[in-house]
Design a protein around this ligand. Structure first.
Ligand SMILES: [Zn+2]
Length: 130
């Protein structure tokens, strides 16, 4: 038998795949290795497609002024769908993490700016803003 996730050869009765730590008790074994390899191959292909769509959206986001929000949503959807559908693609998972961190930092920056502005309004001095 083979692990459905990564194609590693496993014995019947094993609880976890030693390579990718997948729980083998949930029917994650496959007797035919070719089936797994074909799945992994198509997943690899798909991961590049998702990555391309993501990059196009990111580039468009920086170029376009009016549709920035739309391209941001496009990038978000493509990278999160990609990382869900291609869990074995390290590049996609890595880019997804980077993107998530960037979004969190961006939101934190906005919150920080809002707080600074509220504080300045309270002290009747908004001249430092914009
Ligand atoms: Zn495995």
């Amino acid at each position: 038998m083979y692990c459905k996730k990564c194609g590693f050869e496993v014995e019947k009765g094993w609880k976890y795949c030693p390579k990718c730590k997948t729980n083998l008790e949930d029917g994650n074994m496959e007797p035919n290795k070719k089936v797994i390899m074909e799945k992994l191959e198509s997943e690899k292909k798909n991961s590049w497609i998702y990555l391309c769509i993501f990059l196009i959206n990111i580039i468009a986001m920086f170029i376009s002024q009016d549709l920035r929000g739309l391209f941001f949503v496009g990038a978000l959807i493509s990278i999160s769908t990609g990382s869900l559908k291609c869990p074995n693609s390290k590049i996609l998972q890595f880019v997804f993490c980077l993107f998530a961190i960037a979004v969190v930092l961006y939101i934190l920056a906005i919150i920080f700016m809002l707080f600074t502005c509220i504080h300045t309004i309270n002290t009747w001095d908004c001249s430092g803003i914009g």
